[in-house]
Design a protein around this ligand. Structure first.
Ligand SMILES: *[C@@H]1O[C@H](CO)[C@@H](O)[C@H](O)[C@H]1NC(C)=O
Ligand SMILES: *[C@@H]1O[C@H](CO)[C@@H](O)[C@H](O)[C@H]1NC(C)=O
Ligand SMILES: *[C@@H]1O[C@H](CO)[C@@H](O)[C@H](O)[C@H]1NC(C)=O
Ligand SMILES: [Cu+2]
Length: 177
């Protein structure tokens, strides 16, 4: 009987595919994204002090993404990274500052704090916190995302039903076989 065999084969293939390539089913985390901080405004003194926090809140940063600080006149701004929220709030001296076009890869979860140290630009809101939520690797299928993560409920739901689907397929496969 070819029919049953074909079905077994199909289920086996689906299971192998899903286990081998979870990213196929995780549309959000599939590709690294390059974010230009501030989008078309770039990195400058913003129109108001909530501009960059609003900008960051509108994105979902993932491990492997990069953020780029872009501005036109080299001397007008700079960008430096400080170590903590306190230093960020204080506009503390980052020690090292870099020029336009600087990009940095987001390599782990947690928050990173960037400021401009020219004049009082930082005090005027030229600062941004980039927070990476839960990683979208295979391990997130097994471990629940950290509670502090910014992972959307959509992602969580997708992963949840995905795990359910696999269990169902495995159950069906072993029943049919
Ligand atoms: C800050 O400026 C942006 C861009 O002009 C604007 O869209 C936003 O509503 C402003 N936010 C506040 C709190 O004024
Ligand atoms: C970033 O800066 C470069 C060089 O100034 C410019 O060509 C490019 O359009 C900028 N991109 C954005 C998104 O601002
Ligand atoms: C922040 O500024 C306050 C007041 O100047 C100072 O007491 C504190 O040590 C600063 N904290 C950091 C982390 O720089
Ligand atoms: Cu500046």
């Amino acid at each position: 009987m070819g029919g049953r065999k074909d079905m077994n084969m199909m289920i086996a293939c689906l299971v192998v595919m899903a286990v081998a390539c979870p990213s196929l089913l995780n549309l959000k985390g599939a590709t690294a994204v390059e974010y230009v901080v501030g989008d078309s405004l770039g990195w400058t003194v913003p129109p108001n002090t909530s501009f960059y926090s609003d900008w960051a809140a509108s994105k979902t940063f993932q491990i492997g993404d990069t953020v780029v600080f872009n501005w036109t006149e080299t001397w007008e701004h700079n960008v430096g990274e400080v170590a903590s929220k306190e230093e960020y709030d204080n506009c503390s001296d980052p020690g090292i500052v870099l020029g336009p076009g600087v990009s940095t890869e987001l390599k782990s979860t947690g928050s990173r704090f960037f400021i401009c140290t020219v004049g009082n630009h930082c005090e005027q809101g030229q600062k941004v916190i980039i927070t990476v939520g839960s990683p979208t690797t295979t391990s997130s299928l097994l471990a629940p995302p950290p509670s502090s993560s910014h992972a959307s409920s959509l992602t969580t739901t997708t992963l949840g039903s995905f795990v359910g689907l696999i269990s169902a397929l495995v159950a069906v496969a072993s029943f049919v076989a």
